[in-house]
Design a protein around this ligand. Structure first.
Ligand SMILES: [Zn+2]
Ligand SMILES: [Zn+2]
Ligand SMILES: [Zn+2]
Length: 150
């Protein structure tokens, strides 16, 4: 699948209509792969793109609305990290409009501040005391990423 096909596939998977903004935002997420970015960092990406390619400026409100739509559609998920910033990353194919399946760790690099989805690092088995009901779970790791350690 080429980039355009992957974008169309994801929008169809999320049962979303194609718009220019949605295509632009997805293109960046596909390029990022397993890296999560905050709203502020994404704003910067689109500012740079607009300068580089003479693309239209990305309206801030439209960007945040698109992020929310993608999250509801099972296309992106939130990644909590130790910086306290909420970041967003592309979901796995298993996420749907009804249910997110992102039970993996997020790694925050203290050196470059990057947050990475560790898709193969899954949650440990949690044995809660009697009558506690688990509703949400986050596994946040921090340290030095592979690129900074190399
Ligand atoms: Zn998801
Ligand atoms: Zn790093
Ligand atoms: Zn993730």
């Amino acid at each position: 699948m080429n980039l355009e096909e992957r974008i169309s596939h994801l929008l169809k998977h999320g049962k979303l209509r194609t718009t220019n903004t949605r295509r632009r935002v997805l293109k960046e997420f596909l390029a990022l792969g397993n890296i999560a970015l905050s709203g502020g960092e994404l704003e910067k990406v689109f500012r740079d793109r607009a300068e580089e390619n003479g693309e239209e400026k990305m309206d801030r409100i439209t960007l945040y609305r698109t992020l929310r739509t993608f999250e509801e559609a099972g296309i992106i998920h939130q990644a909590v990290d130790t910086s306290g910033k909420m970041k967003f990353a592309l979901c796995s194919e298993d996420c749907t409009t009804d249910h997110h399946e992102d039970s993996h760790a997020h790694f925050h690099c203290k050196n470059c501040e990057k947050t990475v989805c560790l898709n193969h690092v899954t949650f440990p088995v949690i044995n809660l005391p009697k009558n506690f009901q688990l509703q949400d779970q986050q596994l946040v790791l921090s340290g030095i990423c592979d690129e900074c350690a190399a």
